[in-house]
Design a protein around this ligand. Sequence first.
Ligand code: FAD
Ligand code: NAI
Length: 461
Amino acid sequence: MADYDVIVIGGGPGGYVCAIRCAQLGMKVACVEGREALGGTCLNVGCIPSKALLHASHMLHEAEHNFATMGLKGKTPSVDWDQMKAYKQSTIDSNTKGIEFLFKKNKVDWIKGWGKITGKGEVTVDGTAHKAKNIVIATGSEPSTLPGVEIDEKIVVSSTGALSLPKVPKKLVVIGAGVIGLEMGSVYARLGSEVTVVEFLDNITPGMDGEVSKSFQKLLKKQGLEFILGAAVQGVEATKSKAKVTYKLKKDDSEHTLDADVVLVATGRRAFTEGLGLEAAGVTTNKRGVVEVDHWKTNVDGIWAIGDVTPGPMLAHKAEDEGMAVAEAIAGQQGHVNYDVIPGVIYTAPEVASVGKTEEALKEEGRAYKVGKFSYMGNARAKAVFEGDGFVKILADKETDRILGVHIIGPAAGELIHEACVAMEFGAAAEDLARTCHAHPTFSEAVREAALACGDGPIHM
Ligand code: FAD
Ligand code: NAI
């Protein structure tokens, strides 16, 4: 008789959500987590701490740039970096403790330590074997680096080091203009660092709708971030207190260097499966070490996998959805994730959010589409709060008007995108959004106006 119905390895958003849902479905469940705190990358060194620093640094930006205009005069706040980090840590702690509370409430056992699959239905933690009918691998991901670039988490840092630097660097070089590079680059630019972002491709945020990406880069440049695009980093030489980044421009092969106090390597993450015993267990991974799955089932009966360790976008909400779906599948239910409607959000100012197809993808497919666009300049609420930059862009099928993709750069983009997600889940047409009454004055009116622009035209533009 198994000790557990399910043992989940990894207590991140994939693993902890899976464990809670398994318990809610009446299964006896344990979650193995080796960190001191539950919540995985997301709560400890990812989504939550980065959003705390984004929030604090955004407040500083508001005080510096907009308070006086609104008649709020007085000394602009100065940065107490240690206190800002303490605020960040308290946010982490309250969230990770919250997961511990939810485990107790749902009677999920937290087995503390690093788990290894040691046999059929067996996970060993610190020398003790635990049995389960099902094992769910939810071990997440870790930062990756480039050849010739060694991360020491002091001068050459991953996102983890960047969240806890001893002081705000004078010069920060970011390698990679993806999500981490731009969020953390924004934080430090607002706190006073000179930030230069070196990107291999000719545009920032690969995969994003091209028009949004261009506009995003312009707005970030206005905030002081410098970009060197089409540049292949050759190596980073670090001393005790400085670093030199060497890169080659792809257009003419010329070599250049940049001096930095800190270098943030943000060139992607890789699946984490170290010490899990996957090979001995016979679990197939692809050549990038990602666990292969079919509806969250690995090739080994009774072993499942979800989240960053599996294919797909490395996003907390994707991991969470898979956590719920795999629990339901184990319980004999259907389990469902709509991979076509997973939003992506970058929490800079302005925020950038998207769901569904980009214009580039639709062109490549040869699909006939129409574009409805609305600038925040026509949105009264956005203008009142100095956030008139940006736009909402809706891509809809030319014939049927069905919404195919929505891309937003502007205030509250990360919240507004869910209106589009719900609409797309229900197979809505742009006209459905356009005919839905939206409260005034809200940012969400910009979504409605973009939907109107897919038909007879927006009112306020
Ligand atoms: P993880 O969160 O990585 O959790 C895996 C857990 O498994 C870890 O705690 C690890 O210690 C544990 N583990 C691994 N191996 C073992 C073992 N053998 N035994 C026991 N425990 C083990 N995503 C978003 O959607 N929104 C954001 O705003 C966002 N911001 C981010 C900011 C940063 C700086 C970073 C780095 C990432 C961010 N992400 C964000 C991505 C997000 O953190 C991940 O997609 C998400 O955490 C993946 O969840 P997971 O459960 O698959 O894995
Ligand atoms: P990323 O994949 O978003 O961006 C990496 C960037 O580095 C790309 O633009 C790539 O072209 C560039 N790059 C790769 N090799 C390079 C080289 N040799 N020289 C210069 N540039 C190079 O990866 P990132 O930013 O590290 O984030 C990792 C994951 O974490 C992402 O998958 C993301 O989904 C997740 N994340 C999500 C957040 C969110 O949802 N808001 C926030 C932060 C991270």
